[in-house]
Design a protein around this ligand. Structure first.
Ligand code: NAD
Length: 478
C-alpha cells in the first residue's frame, strides 16, 4: 500500500506547484488540522488556464481511442490507491471509511463506464449533390468546480466526459475538501499528458476568478442553487457554456400499502446517508395518515441503533457535518423549528462532543410552510409530514423551486410509477432512492440545475455541434 506524503501541491502543466500561500483543512470530526492546501493566486490560475490551452490542440486531435485509455488510466490510479485515498478523504470530509472508499471507487467506475461512450456523427443528408453531417467538437478549456459532499465521484462526473470529448480542464475542489483531489492530481502526473487536467485549490475568490476567466470556455459546476446563480451570471459575460448541478429538496411519498417494518430502514437511509449531505437525499417525507404512527415509531427505533462518530473509527455509520458553515446553517434551522414550537421525535440538541456533530433529528409533522420543509437542510434533520389524499401529497411535493429527485414507496409499483410520473424532478425512484448510473441522465428540473450529467446527454454538454456540408463535384456533362 502506498503511503502519501503530507505535502499537498497543485498540478499545473503536469508539474507540482506550491500555492502563493496556503490554508488549513480541518477534520470535521475533531476540528484538528489535516493538512495545508495551496491557495492559488490569480496569476497561478492564469498559468493553469494557459497550460490547459497549450495542451488543447494535441489533446483534441488525439484519437478518441487514446482518450478512452486515459479515462481507464485515471480509473486504474483511483482503484490502485483506493485504500490510501479513502483514509485521506475521511480525514477531511468526515464520512466513514467504507463510504469514502465508495466515493473513490465510484469515481473509478464513472471514468471506466464513460470511456465506453462515443461521440456521435449524425448524417443530415447524403445525396448526389451534397453530403451533410453533424459532428461533435470539444469546447476548449473546461473549468470544473466541485462541492465537498462527494469530492471524488462528483469531480469525475465532470472530468470523465470533459476529457473524453477532447477538452482540457482546470478542476477546483471545494476549499473544505481539497486534499484528496490534490493528491489525485499528484498521482496522475505522468499518466495524462501535461496540461490536460490541471488541479488548483484556493479560497473564496478562486471560483469567481474561474467563472470570469476569459481563457475558460465552459464551467461545469456542482454546488448550491445560490452559488449556481452567481456562476451563471458571471459566465454570461463571455457567454461561457454552463452545466449546473444544484440543490434539491427531494420529497418521498410513502403510500399506506407499504410493509412498515421492512421499509423503515430504507427510508431512514434515504434521508440520512452521508449525514443527509446528499443533493438527492430525501429531505421531506410525506407519509400516509394510516401508517404515519407506526412508521414514525419504526423510523425512530431504527435511528436509535445508528452509530454517529468519527468516520475513521470502526463501526461508524454517520460522520459529522462536513464544515462549520454548514453546521451553523443546520443548527439555525433546528433553532427556528424549536422557536416555533414544532414537535421533535428525536434529536434537536447540539452534540457536546468536539467536531461538527448534530445528532439525528426527526420532526413530527411541522407545518408545510416551515423553513425545515421549504428549505434544503443538507444535514441529519428530517421532517415527517402527514397526508391523506395522494393528490395533495403530489401537489405539496411539487410546490418547490427545486426539482432534483423524488421517490414513491408502495407495494404496488405500477401505482407508484403513475404517481412518480406526476412529480416534477429530474430523477424519480420507485421503492428506492439515490441510484445513479453513468448510463442514466442525471440533472435538475427547475432551480435544481441546468443541463445534465451522465450518459450521452452528459457527454454532449462538453461539445459543440458542428454541421459540415460537402458539395459533391458535379458530373461532367456528356
Ligand atoms: P457551494 O455552492 O457552497 O460550493 C460549491 C463549489 O463552488 C465549491 O467548490 C466552492 O468553492 C465554489 N464556489 C463558491 N462560491 C463560488 C462562486 N461565487 N463562483 C464560483 N464558484 C464558487 O456548495 P457546497 O456547500 O459545496 O455543496 C452543497 C450544495 O451542493 C447543496 O445545495 C447540494 O444540494 C448541492 N449539490 C448538488 C449536486 C447535484 O448533482 N445536483 C450534487 C452535490 C451537491
Amino acid at each position: 500500500m502506498t503511503s502519501f506524503s503530507s505535502d499537498f501541491t497543485m498540478t499545473i502543466g503536469g508539474k507540482a506547484v506550491a500555492g502563493a500561500s496556503s490554508f488549513a483543512v480541518l477534520n470535521p470530526a475533531n476540528e484538528q488540522v489535516v493538512g495545508q492546501a495551496p491557495d492559488c493566486s490569480a496569476e497561478q490560475l492564469d498559468e493553469a488556464v494557459a497550460a490547459a490551452r497549450a495542451a488543447f490542440p494535441a489533446w483534441s486531435a488525439t484519437p478518441i481511442e487514446k482518450r478512452r485509455e486515459a479515462l481507464l488510466a485515471i480509473a486504474g490510479v483511483l482503484a490502485a490507491n483506493g485504500e490510501e485515498l479513502k483514509r485521506l478523504l475521511t480525514s477531511e470530509q468526515g464520512k466513514p471509511h467504507d463510504k469514502a472508499f465508495e466515493d473513490v471507487m465510484g469515481g473509478a467506475f464513472w471514468c471506466q463506464a464513460t470511456s465506453g461512450l462515443d461521440l456521435p456523427v449524425h448524417v443530415v443528408e447524403d445525396g448526389p449533390e451534397r453530403r451533410g453531417e453533424t459532428r461533435r467538437t470539444p469546447l476548449g478549456v473546461v473549468g470544473a468546480i466541485a462541492p465537498w459532499n462527494f469530492p471524488i465521484i462528483l469531480a469525475m462526473f465532470k472530468v470523465a466526459p470533459g476529457l473524453l470529448a477532447g477538452n482540457t480542464m482546470v478542476l477546483k475542489p471545494s476549499p473544505f475538501t481539497p486534499l484528496t483531489t490534490l493528491k489525485l492530481g499528484e498521482l496522475l502526473r505522468g499518466v495524462l499528458p501535461d496540461g490536460v487536467l490541471n488541479i488548483v485549490s484556493g479560497g473564496d475568490s478562486l471560483g469567481p476568478w474561474m467563472t470570469a476567466h476569459k481563457g475558460i470556455d465552459k464551467i461545469s459546476f456542482t454546488g448550491s442553487t445560490a452559488t449556481g446563480r452567481k456562476v451563471m451570471a458571471s459566465a454570461s459575460e463571455s457567454l461561457k457554456r454552463v452545466t449546473l448541478e444544484l440543490g434539491g429538496n427531494d420529497a418521498a411519498i410513502v403510500l399506506p400499502d407499504v410493509d412498515v417494518a421492512a421499509v423503515a430502514e430504507k427510508l431512514f437511509w434515504a434521508a440520512f446517508t452521508n449525514t443527509g449531505q446528499i443533493c438527492v437525499a430525501t429531505k421531506r417525507m410525506y407519509v400516509h395518515k394510516d401508517i404515519y404512527e407506526p412508521l414514525k415509531e419504526a423510523l425512530v427505533a431504527y435511528a436509535k441503533t445508528v452509530k454517529m462518530g468519527d468516520g475513521a473509527e470502526q463501526g461508524t455509520q454517520l460522520g459529522p457535518i462536513q464544515n462549520h458553515q454548514q453546521y451553523k446553517r443546520v443548527l439555525d434551522l433546528i433553532a427556528d423549528a424549536k422557536a416555533k414550537g414544532y414537535s421533535f421525535l428525536m434529536g434537536g440538541e447540539k452534540s457536546e462532543a468536539p467536531g461538527y456533530f448534530i445528532p439525528i433529528t426527526i420532526l413530527d409533522n411541522p407545518p408545510e410552510d416551515s423553513r425545515i420543509v421549504q428549505e434544503e437542510q443538507f444535514g441529519p434533520v428530517l421532517p415527517l409530514l402527514k397526508f391523506d389524499q395522494v393528490d395533495d401529497a403530489i401537489a405539496r411535493a411539487n410546490a418547490s423551486d427545486y426539482g432534483l429527485g423524488a421517490s414513491v414507496w408502495s407495494a404496488d409499483s405500477a401505482k407508484a410509477l403513475e404517481i412518480g410520473s406526476r412529480l416534477q424532478a429530474g430523477t424519480v425512484w420507485v421503492n428506492e432512492t439515490q441510484y445513479i448510473t453513468p448510463m442514466g441522465v442525471f440533472g435538475g428540473h427547475k432551480q435544481s440545475g441546468l443541463g445534465a450529467e451522465g450518459a450521452m446527454e452528459g457527454l454532449m454538454e462538453y461539445t459543440n455541434a458542428q454541421t459540415i456540408y460537402v458539395k459533391k463535384a458535379q458530373p461532367i456533362p456528356a
